[in-house]
Design a protein around this ligand. Sequence first.
Ligand code: KG4
Ligand code: ZN
Length: 338
Amino acid sequence: MLVLGIESSCDDTAAAVVEDGFLVRSSIVSSQDSIHGRYGGVVPELASRRHIEMIIPVVEEALRGAGVEIKAIDGIAVTRGPGLVGSILVGLSFAKGVSYAKGIPFTGVNHILAHTHAAFLKEEGSEDGSPEFPFVSLVVSGGHTALLLFTGYTQYRMLGQCLDDAAGEAFDKTAKLLGLGYPGGAAIDRLSRSGDPGSIEFTRPFIAKGNLNFSFSGIKTAVLNHIKGAGELDRKSINDLSASFQEAVVDVLVQKALWAAEETDSETIVVSGGVACNSRLRARLKDAGVQKGIKVFIPPPRFCSDNAATVAALGYHQLKNREFADLDLNAIPTWRGF
Ligand code: KG4
Ligand code: ZN
């Protein structure tokens, strides 16, 4: 079964063709970083307009990459939230149009749950196994930080989520304070490699022992106060500050993922979302997994950050469950309590 995935919830226009919920036949992502970079964050109206320009060429390229025509597609999966409403509506309206015109069923997908399905994706020749249920899923992106327990492809329970800034947002805001551009998560990761993570002792926002919610806005304020107090920062100070900030965030993410696994008796942890590209988080989680006897699945970076292959992978299972959408399906920009 071939599913066409469509993703446009933030600032990436993406389309993918995935076979049977795991085999990636093509995955195309058109990033808008160069448009929003100069504003220091995503400008919603510019994002929607760019999605409108890119949606058709990106979908055409995904079909071409998979070597199929639209008539070979068995189902369409499209992100319906959470995200920016104008952006979501571009992908959603496009999916409805194709579904109606070509008589292909479609389903609306939750972007955060879709991130988790990165762990099931395979490409021709890839040999790694897939996570077994039940597993804990840590989704860490620019807009969301969440811990979920997955007991099946579409069965899950929310264990914790962010109460204020998401982890990626904290990375981006810290990068902005340091003049590293937007989005700055990858720049902090890079500079941290030459910095001392123990040079500044930022407090770790655990909220309470065993608590699985997240709160990263305090770290960002601590960084701001540190910068104000430090005056002009030289290269070494920026590297040290980056590494110390990153270590504090990574400490919290690793500890809470382990608490979640312990609380739910899970032997597997899956990590996804753009922040799962972070080299320190990847290394620390792998080490923790070895120490605690927990299997840790961290997909390759191209499937961690926003893409449509994850949307197609989750959508495949929804379509198999006959969760078909009607043409009146609406966007859910703020998707609480899912
Ligand atoms: O999942 P994603 O592509 O989009 C959202 O759904 O938000 O995540 C984007 C986020 C941004 O905040 C970006 O700075 C962060 O992921 N990110 C990183 C790294 N690469 C991307 N954060 C830390 N280290 C990285 N290497
Ligand atoms: Zn995302």
